[in-house]
Every structure is written in structure tokens, then in C-alpha cells.
Design a protein. Structure first.
Ligand SMILES: *Cc1c(COP(=O)(O)O)cnc(C)c1O
Length: 378
């Protein structure tokens, strides 16, 4: 009997260590800084600050979700408030709205960047104001590393004087007209989860040009302790600070961030070169002035059926791919939330597929993905 061996698994986006991470982790052990503070946390924050052009203050936290939670609280979101959120995103963008007892109002995407539509954002705000309930904040997302329409979104936010929380979880290393993503919102957030462009296994950061926000984030993230010799509290606090051990991983990862962006962009370039001639496959191009880290390389097919054919063929080859994010207004948990949509993200979800995008994919891995797709299409 002939045995068929399974080819090795190709992951969608797996961690990729640079080599110096363990030195910093060892340093934490050697100096006994096994705590949610210490030299690695400080140095990691400094490295992020430099990466973002020294224009922001940084608070390293336990996750991107924690950063969004604190960010919304700092922007004054509370019980009963409406918060506008891009619908086409991961649920973690919106979950913290619910933690605070507020309600999400979902806004659909446009097709140039797949991010928040400025027209629908305006509609959502005007509708809220008409009903006597001005939205308290706007969560805009640089999905898959592609910057959202920063100028247009900011103009509307400024016009109505609503603060922006910039979800840059997927966009470290991306930029908009040469300015780094993470620096555009009143508050920005980053994620260092295991699947992101760099990782601390789990982790995040809150960044802001406003020093007070970053300082208050650290205060709230460390149980909101007032200055006193005993434990004194005038606020409800959280345990959201980043561990000094994990920040050691982050320090090492920051040293290779540029290489990681190059590798992911090169994956995207290869897919486009190899698959761009098929009329069934479309890519999201960078508009003028937009620079994406290409965290995930995504393709758009003409239909759900073709998308599924490709996904299943890849699965059969032990290649992990994934449909694009399911819009949050279509998620069961948010089915009763207000939404301003025109079908764009629903269609992207139906037709789109994320291909393996890790910075550690070999040429053979990439070829295997491409050959599988070509076999289905030809
Ligand atoms: C990963 C991610 C988050 C959450 O970050 P965690 O560090 O995993 O909590 C939030 N928003 C988006 C768009 C993400 O991709």
C-alpha cells in the first residue's frame, strides 16, 4: 500500500524571533526583574517611541485589547455612551466598548483601503446627533497594515470634535505620507500578540502625543495606586502592565522590525507577481502616500465559491489560509448594534482570503502556496 505523507504545515502568520530576544529575557532573570516593570519595559517603550518618530509617549501593556480598554476610558467613554467602530475588523477592536457599558455603532469600509468609510462615518455621527446622542469616540483601524484614510477621518472627527482611538494593532511599521501609523489618533494602540508583525507572545501598548494619557494609562494599568505609603485608591484600577520578561522579547523584536516589514512586503510582491495575471484574483493596492507593512497578504476572488475552492485546496495541502475578518455588524454578539453599512465589508468577507504571510516563510513555502492556487484556477 502506498502511503502519502502530509507536507509540513505552512502557517498564516507565525512568530519569528530575531536572535537577541533571549539575551534580554536572560538579563531579566539574571537581575531578578521578574515583574510588570523593569529595565526591559523601559527600553522597549523607548524603542517603540523612536520607531514612531519620537512624537509619542508609550505605555507598554499586557495586550492590545487592554490598551483599547484603557484608551476608551481615558477618552471619557462610559456607561450608555455610543462609540463608533469600524465594522470590518477583529472583535477585539470593539469588545472594550462593551466592557465599559457603552454601545458600538458600526461603520462600513470603503474599497481604496478596506477601512472606515468617511461618508458613512459622517452619516453615523449626524444620525447620532439628530437623536440627541453624539458619539463619544471613533475607533478607526489600519486593517491588515493598510493605513485608513487618515486625513479624511481626522477632518470629520475634528469637525464634530470627537476623539479618535487609532487601532494600529496590525500596522506597526506602516506609514501614511511618511508619518508612522500609531501617531494619528488622540490615542493609538499597538499589539504584540503571537500572530502580529512582531510579538512578545502577548502584549500591547498605548501611545499618545499627549503625555497625560500615557501616564494615566500606566497609573490605571498598575491598579490605580495613589501616592501614599499604604495602598490607597481613588479610582478603579486594572492589572494591565507588561511583564519585564516579555518586554525583553519585545526589545529583541524591535531590532528586526524593519526586516520583518521588508519580508512581509516581499511576500505580497511575490503573490502579486505570480497570481496577478489571473482575472479571478485581485489585490489591494497602496494608494499614493500609503505604505502598508503587508501584515497579511490578502486576495479578493469573484465569489464565495471560488474563495472556498482555494481555501479548501490550500487546506488539503496543509496550508493555513483564512477568510477576511467577518464584519462585526454580522457577528451574532453584535447583531442588535446600530450600523451604517453599504455591503462593502460583507462582500469583502465573502470573497476574500488571507494567504500565508509570515516573515519566516521560505521560497519553497511561497511556491507551494502559489502552485496550489494556480492548479485550482487553471
Ligand atoms: C490583534 C488585534 C487587536 C487586539 O490585540 P491583542 O494584543 O491580541 O489583545 C485589536 N485590534 C486588531 C485590529 C487586532 O488585529
Amino acid at each position: 500500500m502506498k502511503t502519502v505523507s502530509t507536507p509540513t504545515k505552512i502557517w498564516l502568520s507565525s512568530p519569528h524571533m530575531g536572535g537577541t530576544e533571549q539575551d534580554y529575557v536572560k538579563e531579566a532573570f539574571d537581575t531578578n526583574w521578574i515583574a510588570p516593570l523593569g529595565p526591559n519595559v523601559n527600553a522597549f517603550e523607548q524603542a517603540i517611541k523612536e520607531e514612531l518618530g519620537n512624537t509619542v509617549h508609550v505605555a507598554a501593556l499586557s495586550s492590545g485589547t487592554a490598551a483599547i480598554h484603557l484608551g476608551l476610558e481615558l477618552l471619557g467613554v462610559g456607561k450608555g455612551d455610543d462609540v463608533i467602530c469600524q465594522s470590518f475588523t477583529f472583535s477585539a477592536s470593539a469588545n472594550p466598548i462593551s466592557y465599559l457599558g457603552a454601545q458600538p455603532v458600526f461603520v462600513d469600509s470603503e474599497l481604496d483601503t478596506w477601512n472606515m468609510s468617511p461618508e458613512l462615518l459622517r452619516k453615523a455621527i449626524e444620525s447620532g446627533i439628530k437623536e440627541g446622542k453624539k458619539p463619544k469616540a471613533i475607533i478607526a483601524v489600519h486593517l491588515y497594515g493598510m493605513p485608513y484614510k487618515v486625513t479624511e477621518i481626522k477632518a470629520i472627527a475634528d469637525e464634530f470634535q470627537i476623539p479618535v482611538l487609532e487601532d494600529s494593532a496590525e500596522a506597526l511599521g506602516s506609514s501614511y505620507h511618511e508619518m508612522p501609523c500609531g501617531t494619528f489618533g488622540d490615542i493609538g494602540i499597538l499589539s504584540f500578540n503571537g500572530n502580529k508583525i512582531i510579538t512578545t507572545s502577548g502584549g500591547g501598548a498605548l501611545v499618545s502625543k499627549n503625555r497625560t494619557y500615557a501616564e494615566k494609562a500606566v497609573f490605571l494599568a498598575t491598579q490605580a495606586r495613589d501616592e501614599a505609603p499604604h495602598y490607597q485608591h481613588s479610582n478603579i484600577g486594572y492589572n494591565y502592565r507588561m511583564s519585564n520578561v516579555l518586554a525583553g522579547i519585545g526589545r529583541g523584536q524591535m531590532e528586526v522590525l524593519d526586516d520583518r516589514v521588508k519580508a512581509r512586503r516581499s511576500n505580497h510582491h511575490y503573490y502579486k507577481e505570480q497570481l496577478g495575471q489571473f482575472e479571478e484574483i485581485e489585490f489591494l493596492n497602496e494608494p499614493n502616500g500609503y505604505f502598508s507593512n503587508r501584515w497579511l497578504s490578502c486576495i479578493l476572488t469573484p465569489s464565495f465559491e471560488i474563495r472556498e475552492k482555494l481555501r479548501l485546496a490550500l487546506l488539503n495541502e496543509n496550508v493555513e489560509s483564512r477568510p477576511l475578518w467577518k464584519p462585526l455588524h454580522l457577528q451574532p454578539i453584535f447583531s442588535t448594534a446600530k450600523h451604517f453599512v453599504d455591503g462593502t465589508s460583507a462582500s469583502l468577507f465573502e470573497r476574500g482570503l488571507c494567504l500565508p504571510s509570515g516573515s519566516n516563510l521560505s521560497n519553497e513555502d511561497l511556491e507551494r502556496v502559489v502552485i496550489t492556487i494556480k492548479t485550482v484556477l487553471s
